[in-house]
Structures are given as C-alpha cells and as structure tokens.
Design a binder for this molecule. Structure first.
Ligand code: ZN
Length: 134
C-alpha cells in the first residue's frame, strides 16, 4: 500500500462542518462531489499528501445517515491507495478477509474502491482505492 489517501469523516451538515474543517485545517475545501451509488455528498480538503473527505448523506436511509444514527458523527473510514486494486483484492481475500463489494466500484474523486468488513479489521472500515487513469 502506498499511503493513506484520505480519511473519511461522517457529518450531519456541510453548512457547519465544511467551515469547521476549513478552520481546523487552515485550508479551503477544494471539491464537492456527489456519489449517487452511495447516496452521499463528499467535500475534500488537502492535507499534505493526504486528504480529508467529509461525508454527508443525501438521504435519511443512506449508509452515512445510518452510521450517524448508530455511532454519531465522526471517523468513518481510512482509505489506502494501492497500485493494483484487483491484485490487492485477491491478496486480501486469500488472507481470509471479507470484502463489502465483490468488484471494485467507482467512488468519489475518480477512484476505483472497495471496502473490508469492519468486523474483521478491529472495527475500522478500511477502503482501498486506485486512481483511474484517464
Ligand atoms: Zn473514502
């Protein structure tokens, strides 16, 4: 794995959380993007080599809304960048991990992504991502 690409944080409301993180990180949000497949809005901040991704549910039944209902706002996932997402999927499956999606799917920020089940990863939702070459 190459680096921590981003850390995902679940929030209720961009109107308050985007200015809050701009203040904390002392940088402006540089991108908003909808991910329709996950029913989330995302807001991105650059922090050196990594990013912070705020996640806000587009729908009260979305995964982020459900997460906040159960656990409150806060750390949602850690994303690691890899060179070859298919090879990493194969490796992790052979190590016995359960993938939340069987095939990589298109996530925010022009990335192919998949997730490991948090019950097998000490409760941390882990995303692996690979930049899609254009
Ligand atoms: Zn992510």
């Amino acid at each position: 794995m190459k680096r921590i690409e981003h850390i995902g944080i679940a929030v209720k409301n961009f109107n308050t959380s985007v200015p809050l993180f701009e203040k904390i990180l002392n940088t402006s949000c540089y991108k908003f993007e909808k991910v329709d497949s996950e029913m989330v809005n995302t807001a991105f901040f650059k922090v050196g080599e990594s990013k912070i991704e705020l996640l806000q549910s587009m729908d009260e039944n979305g995964v982020i809304a459900k997460f906040i209902e159960k656990r409150g706002e806060g750390l949602h996932h850690i994303a690691f960048e890899v060179d070859d997402i298919y090879a990493e999927m194969k490796r992790l499956v052979s190590e016995g991990f359960t993938l939340l999606n069987k095939e990589p799917k298109m996530g925010a920020d022009n990335k192919l992504v998949f997730f490991l089940h948090p019950k097998e990863t000490n409760g941390v939702l882990i995303e692996l991502c690979e930049e899609v070459k254009k």
